[in-house]
Design a protein around this ligand. Structure first.
Ligand code: NDP
Length: 503
């Protein structure tokens, strides 16, 4: 059972941020890309916004040889762009520490145990520790085992929590093994599986939009919605992630987590409250209602693709197989589109089209809700084609939403046109929304698991994808698309009527 955090619920309607409890963050993989680009900036911004406790420190851990001073210098380089106030920077650097060692060497953890005890005493953190696993996925179970061996998983009137970065395994089996290993040493309430998409303001706003307004829910069902389309596209190629991506492919990289999480938020039933257990129960209920895939329906409902070289803005961009560290005959997919159905009363017969890919036309994360035609058109004149109403939720860029409705165009009596009611966060709210990692790290320090993925949700999403992974392992069903387009033309066959939005 998840515990109810009274502090979260009592303040959930408040605009004031909750300050983190006294604690430390211990980052494994502190020399890596994620730590430099996301974690250190996020922790620093929380520090600068005074949302961290005065009783707080950061301890970086990795194999790379560095001492505290080297790690502070590296940290300084990262945060200097974020703040011009030397005093704040120096105050932050003072609470930064580093320990190097081998992840599978018990001596590292003995040293860590002593160092953490010393720093916990020095900073009076009450022994509260948040361990962040920013390491390659195959290292996660080694670290948890070793932490367990030295007792750093033991909560005694304090907390020991672990944030785990995706991917959570590479298939159902490996994900189950990782989960079993975690549960040997930790309770589920100690485990925070992070999907940074869930920390984005506009993703969180899906729930607010749906459940804090009366006007959307009555039409949020099969009676009024024709189809829902979720697009998460990247204009860039695979970059430096080829080593990981070649084995993973896009289905594992995007669908198991971000895409299915977006789907649950847009389709789940209203939770009884904002309490983490209520929200996460509804998500799991929804995931369980997704129609399973099997050998027979996979080809009809899924399309996979890989980008080939193309000229974009007078520049030739390489195809996936020409990228560094990618096999010349690689069959890894860089694009997936799928038609999903949710077999419950609300969504009966409504297709959910999900697509995601690399090197697509533009970088975009968007949910398009396409409404049905009016039941009877009084404008049924040959030349009047009534466009369907649509509500577009823009997760990025241009965070906000747009409602497209029909309106009379001045002039001719029968002339209709589509009107766009546009709302952009940046035009309305006078501050930059916090980065997803800021939100999520703060939540983990407070003990709010709402935006983190629960064990059962993760398992169900792997179960859903498992038949697809297995079929694609055996059969080469790859289609090709030119870099800079919206993906393989075969993806349009998923539609009986209609088309992708945007095309
Ligand atoms: P890196 O490849 O930069 O690795 C992080 C650190 O882990 C490295 O600095 C290195 O530190 C150590 N490491 C790397 N390879 C090995 C190895 N084979 N054996 C042991 N240690 C190794 O990863 P990222 O920082 O990019 O990502 C960390 C985690 O976050 C991964 O699980 C990734 O999937 C996830 N993630 C990353 C994102 C990103 O934007 N980078 C986005 C979303 C998730 P040292 O050699 O000093 O020990």
């Amino acid at each position: 059972m998840e515990k109810i955090n009274k502090k979260i619920i009592s303040q959930s309607n408040s605009c004031e941020e909750i300050k983190a409890d006294k604690s430390s963050i211990i980052i494994f993989g502190a020399s890596g890309d994620l730590t430099s680009r996301k974690l250190i900036p996020a922790i620093f911004k929380l520090f600068k916004r005074n949302l961290l406790s005065e009783n707080f420190y950061v301890l970086g851990v990795a194999r790379t040889q560095m001492n505290d001073q080297n790690f502070r210098d590296k940290t300084k380089n990262i945060i200097s762009n974020l703040c011009k106030d030397e005093k704040i920077i120096n105050r932050f650097l003072k609470i930064i520490y580093y320990q190097n060692g081998q992840y599978n060497d018990i001596n590292l953890y003995k040293i860590l145990n002593d160092k953490i005890k010393y720093l916990d005493d020095k900073y009076k953190t009450n022994g509260n520790n948040l361990f962040y696993f920013a390491t390659p996925p195959d290292i996660h179970s080694i670290i948890i085992k070793k932490l367990g061996e030295v007792g750093l998983n033991d909560q005694k009137n304090n907390f020991k929590r672990v944030i785990i970065e995706k991917p959570f395994g590479s298939d159902l089996n490996s994900s189950n093994s990782l989960d079993d290993e975690l549960h040997k040493y930790l309770e589920e309430q100690q485990i925070y599986r992070i999907d940074h998409y869930l920390g984005k303001e506009t993703v969180q706003n899906i729930m607010m939009l749906r459940f804090a307004n009366i006007i959307f829910e009555p039409i949020w069902n099969y009676k009024y919605i024709d189809n829902i389309q979720i697009t998460v596209s990247e204009s860039l190629g695979i970059g430096h992630r080829a080593g990981y991506f070649e084995n993973a492919g896009l289905l594992r990289d995007m669908f198991q987590n971000h895409m299915l999480q977006l789907l649950t938020l847009v389709a789940m039933e209203p939770p009884a409250s904002l309490e983490p257990v209520s929200v996460r129960n509804e998500k799991v209920k929804l995931l369980k209602s997704i129609r399973p895939f099997n050998n027979k329906n996979i080809d009809d409902n899924l399309v996979r693709g890989q980008y080939i070289s193309s000229k974009i803005d007078d520049e030739i961009v390489p195809g996936y197989r020409e990228e560094k560290n990618v096999a010349k005959n690689s069959c890894t997919e860089t694009y997936v589109a799928g038609k999903f159905f949710i077999d419950n009363w609300r969504w009966s017969g409504v297709p959910f089209y999900l697509r995601s890919g690399k090197r697509l036309k533009k970088k975009l994360s968007q949910i398009a809700i396409i409404f049905k035609d009016v039941p009877h058109s009084i404008f049924s004149h040959d030349f009047i084609n009534l466009e369907q109403n649509s509500l577009i939720l823009n997760v990025q860029p241009d965070e906000g939403f747009s409602l497209y409705i029909q309106a009379k165009q001045p002039g001719s009596k029968l002339c209709l046109n589509t009107l766009n009611m546009d709302f952009k966060y940046k035009n309305h709210f006078d501050f930059d929304p916090p980065e997803a990692y800021e939100r999520l790290i703060l939540d983990a320090l407070i003990g709010d698991q709402t935006l983190f993925v629960r064990s059962d949700a993760m398992k169900i999403s792997w179960e859903l994808l498992e038949p697809i992974i297995n079929k694609w392992k055996k059969e080469n069903t790859l289609n090709f698309y030119e870099a800079g387009t919206w993906g393989p033309k075969e993806s349009s066959r998923l539609f009986k009527n209609g088309t992708w939005y945007p095309l």
